[in-house]
Design a protein around this ligand. Structure first.
Ligand code: GAP
Length: 453
């Protein structure tokens, strides 16, 4: 069997098309409001997608909050006082430069690498229609979604959908410290939705206008920032490898001075080699005391700490790890996608690590008679108490295996004639295709050993 990694030679666009279509066919991701023609760059997760994303989020939460004594969790509201965004710098600075083509009406970010020449000058060439001198000068465009609080749509009632979850942590950090009796250094973790009115969204769930972030803000003494930065940078890469992502497709990218966000002193991205190239999916940022200083100044509330030894006052520095749940879902889907030839037949497999696979086992009666369906249902009922499993008696056994291969299900359990004699079942491994006979009453421990956590 050919077990090689995803074929690098496959044309990128073709691979993305295949992923999008598999995601729809198997119930991972659907276009939002599809029956109305879809809503630009907004996606819905189907029955398998919601499980995959939940597994990723649960794993992240466990490693950040449950397995450590120095990180607490919170779940802050999406809507926040508008002054938060003034203080954080998002109102003034969370902007992208936008240019329009006067001829084809397409819209680009001014720093779009496909634009030739300086937008707004006679030399600038539109990357879509190819006309020269038709691009407008850049206009700054704020990425925050605005809405109104209360019945009157007036300036005083404007609120924003948060563009990052981080600010909900900063404004709560003293509450969390006091309630949990944590001391510096400690962290606060949060998973939640964020919204950005992206100018050029795209690439499926890579860049969307509504997305989920998994962010952790670690509060440290200013002089310890670099040590903690290094520690978190390494820890995050180790965590991604633990998901079974191909290490050859993971790398760090350090932000140059021209790339740094307005709040960052140092920033490293963790990048994955997507079918459309190397791109960030997690950022590790040294945000210094920027955010807390700004909130202290703007709110008038003291957000300082007192050094237990020197008794000096200081504003903690913040080391942030910021991961997109949707981007991570795309990373694991793209990384798991394989096309292989098995015994002269093509198969598509999502070789997801068993710990994150949405369904852990498919259960198949070989035929719909001789007590096999009843036995298979009993197996399902037993397993379902511990893992998500899927019963399927439709079509040939080969077709049922193929469907689960595409869905990313790591094990296939078949109830056949022999089962009726000796109560053993066949367990097929999705990746090696090895088949083993296992007593039905040992299935729970057999699977538990192989699924990982
Ligand atoms: N709090 C820091 C922050 O938000 P960021 O680099 O702007 O930093 C962090 O975003 C992560 O959030 C990204 O690495 C990405 O995974 C995810 N993300 C950001 N914008 C996104 C979008 N439009 N669609 C999907 N994910 C996005």
């Amino acid at each position: 069997m050919n077990t090689r990694k995803r074929d690098i030679a496959m044309p990128d666009a073709a691979l993305m098309d295949k992923l999008v279509s598999l995601a729809k066919r198997r119930g991972y991701v659907f276009q939002s409001s599809e029956i109305y023609g879809g809503l630009g760059s907004v996606w819905d997760y189907g029955p398998l997608g919601v499980e995959l994303k939940r597994n990723l989020k649960d794993r992240w939460w466990r490693s950040m909050v449950h397995e450590r004594s120095d990180i607490e969790g919170i779940d802050a509201a999406i809507l926040m006082h508008p002054k938060v965004w003034e203080a954080s710098g998002h109102l003034a600075g969370f902007t992208d430069p936008l240019v329009d083509c006067k001829v084809c009406k397409n819209r680009f970010r001014a720093d779009d690498g496909r634009i030739k020449g300086e937008p707004g000058t006679p030399d600038a060439k539109c990357p879509v229609c190819g006309n020269t001198g038709t691009l407008t000068a850049p206009r700054m465009f704020n990425l925050m979604f605005k809405t109104f609080m209360g019945p009157v749509e007036e300036a005083a009632a404007v609120v924003y959908l948060r563009p990052e979850t981080a600010q909900g942590i900063y404004v709560n950090y003293l509450n969390v410290m006091q309630a949990s009796r944590q001391k510096i250094p400690f962290g606060i973790a949060q998973i939640g939705k964020a919204f950005r009115n992206e100018i050029t969204p795209g690439n499926f769930i890579f860049r969307t206008r509504e997305f989920e972030q998994m962010e952790m803000q670690f509060f440290v003494k200013p002089e310890e920032d670099e040590r903690w930065f290094e520690e978190w940078k390494e820890a995050r890469m180790v965590w991604h490898r633990s998901l079974g992502i191909d290490p050859a497709r993971l790398r760090f990218h350090e932000h140059g001075a021209d790339e740094l966000a307005h709040y960052a002193k140092t920033a490293f991205d963790i990048e994955y080699q997507f079918p459309f190239g190397w791109q960030e999916f997690e950022g590790i940022h040294n945000r210094t005391d920027f955010d807390l200083s700004r909130h202290q100044e703007s709110s008038g509330k003291k957000l300082e700490q007192i050094d237990t030894v020197t008794k000096e006052r200081f504003i903690p520095y913040i080391i942030e790890t910021s991961l997109g749940a949707d981007r991570l879902a795309l990373v694991v889907l793209a990384d798991a996608y394989r096309e292989e030839e098995v015994a002269g037949e093509q198969r598509v497999v999502l070789a997801l690590a068993p710990a994150i696979a949405p369904i852990k086992a498919g259960v198949f009666p070989l035929v719909k008679k001789d007590g096999m369906p009843e036995f298979a249902h009993r197996v399902c009922d037993d397993l379902r108490r511990l893992f998500p499993v899927f019963y399927d008696d439709g079509g040939s056994i080969g077709r049922r295996y193929r469907r689960q291969d595409e869905a990313g299900t790591p094990f296939g359990i078949t109830v056949d004639g022999q089962t009726m004699d000796d109560q053993t079942v066949t367990v097929r491994d999705r990746d090696t295709l090895a088949q083993e006979r296992v007593p039905a009453d040992r299935l729970v421990s057999y699977l538990a050993e192989r699924l990982g956590s």
